[in-house]
Design a protein around this ligand. Sequence first.
Ligand code: IPM
Ligand code: MN
Length: 355
Amino acid sequence: MEMNIALLPGDGIGPEVIEQTVKVIKAIGQKFGHTITFTEAVVGAAAIDATGNPYPDATHEICLKADAVLFGAIGDPKYDNDPKAKVRPEQGLLDMRRKLGLFSNVRPTFTFPSLIHKSPLKKDRIEGTDLVFLRELTGGIYFGEPRGRNEQGTKAFDTNIYSKEEITRLARMGFEFAQKRRKLLTCVDKANVMATSRLWRETVQELEADYPDVKVEYEFVDAVAMRLIQWPKAYDVLITENLFGDILTDEASVISGSMGLMPSASLGTDVKLFEPIHGSYPQAAGKDIANPLATVLSAAMMFEYAFDLKDEAKAISDVVNLSLAEGVVTEDIAEGDKAYKTSEVGDWLAEQILK
Ligand code: IPM
Ligand code: MN
């Protein structure tokens, strides 16, 4: 197959983890006989420095022409500590999601047998966890208008808005995921307080009839925050609005033992995008110590979701499992003093694939 992949390394550790993932993708291409071309583009603080815009039109064009987008991370501390900054790198991420129509962020949470002891949670609670969040990604309080300050600057406001259409397309995707898995769908909302949540619940209830094989549970977000770490095996597919999904998926990453391992896919109306959930981790940038595995696993999701190539996806997750089992890992998850560099892990993975 011919594949044209847009690479958006972005900020912080983004470029390093993308570099390793490219090694892995090239190895897969070689092994399975695919012709893969890469087109690189700037995003985030890197793009502000280069063009003044965190998601330049040229980057958008490259994404639209690509068969899939692989994204690193966005964010730079020089903007975090300046609430008055006019342009922010994160704006680039939000623009990209909206312009590419990426309304569903798929964030799986699973455990790795060799890492169970790394989780702060008890083994019997988390072993065998296999759940997936579908986080709505282009609506809600992240985008609602009006937003801003009053004239005096003494009050600030954000607006949470959802249309039935936005809820329906995300929810249908949730039902379809559930049908291919354990057939349990949890709608996470705050319907006891919020009007938007009541529309979510009502809309999902109406869709239930179309998917009689799926069992649907409705749970308030505060209760999910608790049960998710108490008894994660209770969940299969969870659907939720943008902000709740942002918060709960960070929480869920604790179950796996390391945020450095959790991949994601953003799906929607157009091209599909794949990214690690860990963010830019500026403290580690340029040190060759960042864990590349979340991005590598995002590439596995890319082969599966963008190209429907399950064997290629499995070859990647198998080699990641092997690296974990053999301890060819970065310092965040290494035992004792046997830590490998980011680049060494990338080289090792590519070598193993070609063995
Ligand atoms: C994420 C991130 C982003 C979000 C930030 C960087 C804007 O936290 O992808 O979860 O809040 O969506
Ligand atoms: Mn987040």
